[in-house]
Design a protein around this ligand. Structure first.
Ligand code: GDP
Ligand code: MG
Length: 606
């Protein structure tokens, strides 16, 4: 395939608007996969188990297909993009390999927050946008109204919109034609030296790291000796091919083509996203790469049974081979033992990772409350801290801390008019500032108009319960997205919890001073509820610095109660309890208090 017969495109859509279903239809229509019975909904591109279970795409997948149009055979490369706020980095890297994108909008739901954010990324990259209205088969579909929304939100000419039903296949053929006619072919020079842009990688148990590349110039084939601009490492190409939709070897990849390259990379860190590969002896100017994914949410992960740490660490390492956006460091806690501190792109990313860890590696883990990276400014230096235990005591006047800054995001929420007040309350209760809003469309008859609300909000407020509350308060009708908006000075402090006057490191939190009393009281109550009574009285306290701000007392378990339960001599019974403790690895010792694992789970699940 020469360049003019190649099209590289992507599908951008809000979650659930039908991207995976459309991808399946396109693959079927081009004969890339066998047609399945209508109604069955197994998406080919969503490969991971969690993606199927949750119906979200986490890792971008790539597939090629061949389509005949006016007597010529075209090679169409679909580069799938994830549809969630946490993965906008994956979105931009997928789009970097495309010249065009299908902007898919659900004809019953209309434009949603994530369609807008991804659309902007696509537009910035100069991609040709093909607007598509999906689900026109639904009785609730309002194609004219949503088309008008697309016009007002994206500046799209309504006559360019292709109405389809990805479910029934209606109109999908027209998309293939539009891809060929409207999206420009990639430009690339066949006889120039090889220049291949590495935009993704995955791990194969037998062949090591496989890179997905977009050939910008020249050709790449088996036996080629290549070099990475970024790592300066040398490789011999073992195999090249296209994803059709699984790997199919080909002789060579030509300019404009998207495909895989296997070249004995052992470590996934060798496949640097945004890297440029070239032939040894024919150096090229590297392509502008992009900023690495930035971890914004951190949490400690500990094995339930401390003996399992080596196994857990091994499992995490293996998982990070397939998900490079997770960062990892060792961490130890006096309450939870040896563990790892992981950095994620967002909370969904964190949940997905935990689920994969449990599903694929059978790991029983405890995850501490998520935190964001805070910037602590001293007189002479700045330090980023993402672990509450390392946070300085700002109430200590000798601590030399000048200011604390926290990451903030620009949030956009789209909500039907009647839910607007609730959303404002939600934002204000999460320390939002600079609220602005405008109407997305005028509404018509039975349907209310929708409002887009933007504000600046601390990321720490979003990583806890914001999204769940947004969904429940709007009965699922609000959509939400956010982008990085830098750092902002804030009045924060570390809250510690003491059991029997001993601080429990794993429970430390960073809180805004204005909310410290409420949070302190709530947590102390909660601890009081989940911690089982001990043989002695246990004070449960919340503190900021040296100041106690909330307290509950867990009364002692009376001796005769234990006697009644177990019978026998008191001494023997105590021994018995001791033994039980010993054998119960699930017990965690916090200060002088023993806490069953389940209690810890309860606390940290919030
Ligand atoms: P994604 O999150 O964008 O990948 O969305 P999916 O492809 O997983 O689709 C979300 C849901 O919408 C699934 O239950 C699909 O069966 C359904 N769906 C997708 N396209 C259509 C369509 O054209 N009509 C109808 N009625 N349902 C559709
Ligand atoms: Mg999907």
């Amino acid at each position: 395939y020469t360049c003019d017969l190649i099209r590289n495109f992507s599908i951008i859509a809000h979650i659930d608007h039908g991207k995976s279903t459309l991808a399946d239809r396109l693959l079927e229509l081009t004969g890339t996969i066998q047609k399945k019975q209508v109604g069955r909904n197994e998406q080919v591109l969503d490969k991971l188990k969690v993606e199927r279970e949750r119906g979200i795409t986490v890792k971008a997948q790539t597939a090629s297909m061949i389509h005949k149009f006016s007597g010529k055979e075209y090679l169409l490369n679909l580069i799938d993009t994830p549809g969630h706020v946490d993965f906008s980095w994956e979105v931009s890297r997928s789009l970097a390999a495309c010249q065009g994108a299908l902007l898919l909008v659900d004809a019953s739901q209309g434009v949603q927050a994530q369609s807008i954010s991804v659309f902007h990324i696509a537009q910035e990259r100069g991609l040709k946008i093909i607007p598509v209205l999906n689900k026109i088969d639904l009785p609730a579909a309002q194609p004219e109204r949503i088309a008008a929304q697309m016009q007002s939100t994206f500046g799209i000419d309504p006559t360019e919109i292709i109405p389809i039903s990805a479910k029934t296949g209606q109109g999908v053929e027209a998309i293939l034609e539009a891809i060929i006619q409207r999206i420009p072919p990639p430009s690339g020079l066949e006889n120039a030296p090889l220049k291949a842009f590495l935009f993704d990688s995955f791990y194969d148990r037998y062949r090591g790291v496989i890179s997905l590349v977009n050939v910008q110039a020249g050709t790449i084939r088996k036996g080629d000796k290549i070099l990475s601009c970024h790592t300066r490492k040398r490789y011999e190409v073992q195999d090249v091919g296209v994803m059709y939709p699984e790997e199919v070897p080909v002789d060579c990849l030509r300019p404009g083509q998207v495909g895989y390259v296997s070249c004995n990379m052992k470590e996934s860190s060798e496949a640097h996203i945004g890297d440029t590969l070239f032939r040894i002896g024919h150096p090229v100017e590297p392509m502008p790469g992009f900023k690495p994914a930035k971890a914004m949410v951190y949490a400690g992960v500990f094995p339930v049974d401390s003996n399992d740490f080596p196994k857990l660490e091994e499992s995490i390492k293996r998982l990070t081979l397939t998900d490079r956006s997770v960062t990892m460091q060792r961490e130890s806690s006096s309450a939870l033992g040896q563990g790892c501190r992981l950095g994620f792109l967002g909370t969904l990313h964190m949940d997905v990772f935990r689920q994969r860890l449990e599903d694929e590696y059978d790991a029983n883990v405890i995850i501490t409350a998520p935190t964001v990276p805070y910037k602590v400014i001293y007189k002479d230096k700045e330090v980023y801290i993402s672990n509450p235990t390392e946070f300085p005591d700002v109430t200590d006047t000798t601590s030399k801390v000048k200011e604390i800054h926290e990451p903030v995001v620009r949030a956009s929420i789209i909500v039907p008019e009647e839910g607007f007040g609730d959303m404002m309350d939600l934002c204000y209760s999460h320390r939002a500032e600079g609220l602005e809003h405008r109407y997305l469309d005028a509404g018509s008859g039975s349907t209310s108009s929708r409002i887009i609300l933007t504000c600046i909000i601390p990321l720490s407020e979003i990583v806890t319960d914001f999204f769940d509350q947004l969904k429940s308060r709007s009965s699922g009708f609000a959509s939400f997205d956010y982008e990085d908006a830098g750092y902002k000075k804030s009045d924060l402090a570390k809250m510690t919890f003491l059991l029997n006057a001993k601080p429990v490191d794993a429970l430390a939190l960073i809180v805004h001073r204005s909310a410290q009393d409420t949070i302190g009281r709530a947590w102390v109550k909660k601890l009081h509820k989940v911690i089982p009574r001990q043989l002695f009285e246990v004070p449960i306290q919340a503190a900021i610095g040296r100041k106690i701000i909330a307290r509950e007392t867990l009364s002692a378990l009376r001796a005769d109660v234990t006697a009644g339960l177990y019978g026998g001599h008191y001494e023997r019974k105590m021994k018995h309890l001791e033994n039980q403790k010993e054998s119960k690895k699930r017990m965690k010792r916090m200060g002088s208090v023993d806490l069953p694992q389940e209690a810890f789970f309860d606390i940290l699940r919030k």
